[in-house]
Design a protein around this ligand. Structure first.
Ligand code: HEC
Ligand code: HEC
Ligand code: HEC
Ligand code: HEC
Ligand code: HEC
Ligand code: HEC
Ligand code: HEC
Length: 404
């Protein structure tokens, strides 16, 4: 009876009240609603060949049987007359596992690291399924282009809920300490920046003052008033990149779209770093066989291959103001920690995880702000990599350095 009633209500919604829906236009413009590339379950069950491509019925089953049998996939009925529940990924994965839709998102989520609700990795009380990050009635097929589109939420993320953040400057850290401050948050039903989606779960907004074990607070790290941060956020529109060397030598110091003059000062997606490590795989932080859903790692346990997707610190004309990037001893494998030996050293080398997002640390001895992610003072294990202790506790008199 309840099922019948639900069916009646939804059929009425689907048949009678469709035109007034605020999202009716959105649906017609969406990838799923598109009459040529949109939803089509006929490759899974031929009974659906009676429905036009893009028809709601490919997802919402208005009838318990079609052509005399329960349509594939069987089971249900489920909420909103869908052919499966949306509290897990199975509903979306019916089509997003490589067939009929090109691009296997389903298996991305079960890689070594990923947004996978089926595993027990979940810290705190949060979980992430497809529906947390996509609106099936609105998403378009237009994904973002790295650097060119900055941090602007793409059509793929259209109409997704998140949090808007307002940052203020953290208090001034005294020597040898770091101060970080959380922004204030306002919920939004439609993000305009990709990070507004991520911060819904990866900040104090989700879990209060104490991050789940192994996590740090990306809301604090990406404060655009910090001494260093990768340019995901901005304190006001048009904020310039922090690094004057990169700004002045952009075309030589950066790679790909980051080197295009039109993209100077461009902001980033979180998923410019967090995505599948397989070339050509669907975009987005669904999963990766590299740790932390990173687009690249290695050689060894370093993150160098990630950094080198965008930076050219060692390439001829691009050599940074710090000439010793080219010194063999500073390079892998002589320096087994790679870039993180000097920049953003993580927990494994005496620092905190997530330094590469942003830091607001002040050097102990010199009192200099640790700009450029130069948090070497945290790093306790560099001494075993033929770098003298005096050089790492401040990079003070480091040849070629600038006194940090
Ligand atoms: C790609 C699959 C898909 C297609 C196609 C689709 N929907 Fe949905 N629809 C969903 C999912 C998933 C939900 C559950 C939403 C939730 O859990 O918040 C839903 C929920 C709904 C709801 C109830 C909640 C709400 O969002 O208001 C209505 C009504 C609805 N859909 C109508 C439609 C109509 C009308 C169409 C065609 C114009 C359509 N849907 C096409 C997947 C789809
Ligand atoms: C009945 C098959 C079907 C189901 C079920 C389905 N999709 Fe899709 N989805 C498609 C098709 C077809 C496209 C358009 C593919 C293209 O762009 O060529 C699409 C496109 C998308 C896009 C736009 C990006 C892109 O590559 O085009 C997103 C995002 C998306 N789907 C997410 C979801 C989510 C989330 C769910 C579950 C709530 C879901 N889909 C369920 C068939 C489906
Ligand atoms: C609805 C909550 C939610 C949202 C939104 C969300 N995440 Fe997550 N994220 C999680 C959970 C929960 C995990 C742990 C893995 C799991 O159980 O799915 C995770 C894991 C991760 C990890 C791996 C962390 C580790 O320790 O290995 C990264 C990186 C990540 N998310 C980045 C992002 C990015 C980038 C976005 C925005 C595009 C985002 N997340 C949006 C909940 C969320
Ligand atoms: C410049 C590349 C880059 C960008 C941009 C980036 N990350 Fe990360 N992220 C990393 C790296 C590298 C690690 C591994 C950290 C470590 O070992 O210190 C990481 C770790 C993480 C982790 C797990 C560890 C932790 O401290 O919580 C989460 C969650 C995460 N990132 C989420 C995000 C979110 C959300 C965004 C955007 C707001 C983002 N990242 C932007 C490179 C990046
Ligand atoms: C997806 C592209 C991308 C990746 C990957 C990336 N960066 Fe960056 N990085 C940038 C951009 C863009 C800037 C310019 C930001 C600025 O100066 O404000 C930048 C700035 C920097 C700076 C200068 C920051 C400052 O405040 O002066 C350092 C140092 C740096 N990155 C190191 C790294 C390291 C180490 C890694 C690898 C763990 C890495 N980056 C990965 C894009 C990237
Ligand atoms: C934690 C948030 C998150 C979750 C969970 C998530 N996605 Fe995504 N997805 C994204 C982001 C971010 C992008 C990249 C958007 C862009 O680049 O503009 C994306 C991209 C996509 C695309 C387009 C890929 C391309 O190359 O154009 C599809 C299709 C898609 N997601 C489907 C799914 C499906 C199906 C699920 C569940 C199995 C899912 N997503 C789970 C955040 C998420
Ligand atoms: C031996 C320590 C060390 C290592 C290892 C190292 N860097 Fe640096 N890097 C520095 C110092 C110090 C500066 C600051 C130079 C200055 O201010 O003159 C710097 C500056 C930078 C800058 C900003 C450009 C500038 O001159 O301000 C980028 C980008 C950068 N490094 C990226 C990397 C990447 C990527 C790697 C790994 C491939 C790496 N670094 C490895 C010490 C190091």
């Amino acid at each position: 009876m309840k099922v019948f009633f639900a069916a009646l209500v939804l059929s009425s919604l689907l048949c009678i009240f469709l035109p007034p829906f605020a999202w009716a236009g959105d649906y017609a413009d969406s990838a799923h609603g598109d009459t040529s590339i949109g939803v089509d379950r006929s490759t899974i069950d031929t009974d659906f060949s009676n429905y036009a491509t893009g028809n709601c019925a490919h997802c919402h089953e208005q009838h318990a049987s079609l052509g005399g049998t329960e349509p594939t996939p069987t089971g249900g009925p489920d909420d909103y007359l869908l052919f499966d529940v949306t509290s897990s990924n199975t509903f979306c994965n019916t089509c997003h596992d490589g067939s009929p839709v090109t691009g296997d998102v389903a298996s991305q989520t079960t890689k070594t690291s990923g947004h996978d609700p089926a595993t027990t990795k979940t810290p705190g009380n949060i979980n992430a399924v497809c529906m947390d990050c996509h609106d099936p009635h609105a998403a378009t097929e237009v994904a973002h282009v790295e650097a060119t589109d900055g941090n602007t939420a793409s059509g793929v993320l259209k109409n997704v809920a998140g949090v808007q953040a307002t940052w203020s400057a953290p208090s001034n850290p005294s020597n040898g300490t770091e101060t970080l401050s959380a922004p204030s948050y306002t919920a939004t039903t439609a993000v305009t920046k990709e990070y507004e989606l991520c911060l819904k779960c990866h900040s104090s907004y989700a879990w209060g003052a104490t991050p789940p074990t192994g996590w740090t607070d990306q809301g604090k790290e990406f404060n655009p008033h910090n001494f260093s941060f990768h340019p995901v956020t901005e304190s006001s529109a048009g904020q310039q990149w922090n690094n004057t060397f990169i700004r002045a030598n952009q075309t030589a110091a950066m790679t790909g779209n980051w080197a295009l003059p039109a993209n100077l000062d461009a902001r980033m997606y979180c998923s410019d770093c967090h995505a599948d490590n397989t070339a050509g795989a669907p975009k987005g932080p669904h999963g990766s066989n590299a740790v932390y859903i990173l687009r690249a790692v290695g050689p060894g346990t370093t993150y160098n291959n990630l950094c080198l997707l965008c930076h050219r610190p060692e390439a001829g004309a691009a050599t940074s103001a710090f000439g010793n990037h080219t010194t063999a001893k500073h390079q892998y494998p002589s320096n087994a920690l790679g870039c993180l030996g000097c920049h953003a050293g993580n927990i494994g080398v005496g620092g905190r995880t997530g330094n590469v997002h942003g830091t607001n640390y002040r050097w102990a001895t010199s009192g200099q702000p640790a700009i450029k992610f130069l948090v070497g003072g945290y790093i306790t294990t560099l001494t075993s990599n033929s770098c003298g202790a005096a050089k790492v506790t401040g990079c003070g008199g480091h040849p070629g350095g600038k006194g940090y």
